[in-house]
Design a protein around this ligand. Structure first.
Ligand code: COA
Length: 393
């Protein structure tokens, strides 16, 4: 049975900071952020968006009534969830109006969560071929104001529908994965910002890619030449390139190397102007590749490298399906990105410092400036309150 990505879309908040302005405010060379790290803009979530609403907005854009009836499993990957007990999947289930005969849960392994969700979804479809699975990848990346990781923050969500006979990409069965207990990036429950050993994390990411790439080639018998493109988890766009370079220099013909490099550049266009969305980053990169590259033919094989600090890595592959371009929302996505509003560094800092009450008191938020249909409207008795404005229209 063919199982894979039937639909894929994203939602990012409508505010961003220009990286040159952030660099100037922090007293560093703008080129360090735009060239050294490879980031142009950083998405900022307003106070009325959290990981639940970002994912719900991504799903709302993507699903039609037939999907809503067929989906019986909702898997929510996040490492910046809003509750230690109740899963974000249950909130999204209600906010977008999914069928009650469904399983819903949240999954965590740093930026690997959504990949784990997709692999589970494949198993579910193999047993239940008529059903569909909604996989959500949603995060707000927070390292802290003035921290070394600040320039690798961002916010956004990717939603994927996994089904049999998918319209966009069939996921192949062979996959290579690797787990190693390391402390390169982590966030204890008492902290709302992440801890990172940047240099070590970069080294491990590269080593993990080398490990799973080698393991994958041994398992599959495929080589560099068999790939049209490779997509990476991209906390910042220079990072994937660092992992790719040694392989580029050692394998394939010059033509293969040029093709993979050119497609890598296309795969990072969205990530460059959104920033780090943690577990959704790899899938935002896949969307960027598919929506920026008119020439990718059906039948092309795309390699996907997923990495979640701590750490788990996986390399897996997909084959583009006939007519896949007609099932993407390229124009809507490009318009959404270009309609965002630039905010000053001061405004970003003040949004960053905002906090919801933790004493059970009530707060009501003004959502009039938030263009998203689904927003956080406040909090009362320690419960977040959400609205789907489309239901009020
Ligand atoms: N012009 C162009 N490039 C410049 C520059 C300038 N003026 N100044 C510095 N750079 C380059 C550096 O040479 C370096 O490039 P290289 O890595 O190719 O050598 C890059 O900019 C970053 O500089 P560096 O000094 O390493 O930055 P840093 O010590 O402040 O670290 C991060 C910043 C973001 C790279 C680091 O904190 C990090 O990697 N964090 C995230 C890791 C992560 O996300 N892990 C989790 C999951 S994968």
């Amino acid at each position: 049975m063919k199982i894979g990505i039937d639909k894929i879309g994203f939602y990012v908040p409508n505010l961003y900071v220009d990286m040159r302005e952030l660099a100037t405010a922090r007293g560093i060379e703008p080129d360090k952020l735009t060239i050294g790290i490879g980031q142009e803009k950083m998405a900022v979530a307003p106070f009325t968006q959290d990981t639940v609403t970002l994912a719900a907005n991504a799903a709302l854009n993507l699903l039609d009534e037939a999907d809503k009836k067929a989906i019986d499993l909702i898997i929510f990957g996040t490492e910046s969830g809003i509750d230690q007990s109740k899963s974000a999947a249950v909130y999204v289930h209600e906010l977008v109006g999914l069928a009650s005969a469904a399983r819903s849960f949240e999954i965590k392994q740093a930026c690997y969560g959504a990949t784990a969700g997709i692999q589970m979804a494949k198993g579910h479809i193999a047993l239940n071929p008529d059903s569909k699975v909604l996989v959500l990848a949603s995060d707000i990346a927070r390292y802290g104001l003035n921290s070394p990781g600040e320039s690798t923050q961002g916010a956004g969500a990717v939603a994927l529908v996994i089904s049999a006979d998918p319209k966009i990409m069939v996921l192949e069965d062979k996959s290579a994965y690797h787990t190693l207990d390391i402390m390169d990036f982590w966030r204890p429950s008492y902290s709302d910002t992440a801890f990172v050993d940047g240099k070590f994390s970069n080294e491990q990411y590269i080593l993990f890619f080398e490990t799973v790439w080698k393991q994958y080639r041994a398992k599959s018998g495929l080589a560099f030449k068999d790939f049209e493109a490779l997509c990476f988890h991209v906390p910042y766009t220079k990072m994937g390139l660092k992992a790719l370079k040694p392989t580029l220099q050692a394998e394939g013909t010059k033509e293969d190397q040029e093709r993979i490099l050119e497609n890598y550049q296309k795969s990072i266009q969205y990530n460059k102007v959104v920033g780090n969305i943690y577990t959704g980053s790899l899938y935002l990169s896949l969307l960027s590749l598919l929506e920026q590259t008119a020439g990718l033919e059906a039948g092309s094989r795309i390699g996907l490298f997923s990495y979640g600090s701590g750490a788990v890595g996986e390399f897996f592959t997909g084959i583009l399906q006939p007519d896949y371009q007609n099932h993407l929302n390229s124009t809507q996505h490009k318009n959404h990105l270009s309609a965002r509003r630039k905010i000053s560094v001061e405004e970003y800092e003040s949004i960053f410092r905002q906090e919801l009450p933790i004493d059970g008191s009530t707060i009501e938020l003004d959502t009039s400036k938030d263009l998203a249909p689904i927003c956080l409207v406040g909090m009362t008795e320690n419960k977040r309150q959400y609205v789907n404005k489309q239901r009020m229209a």
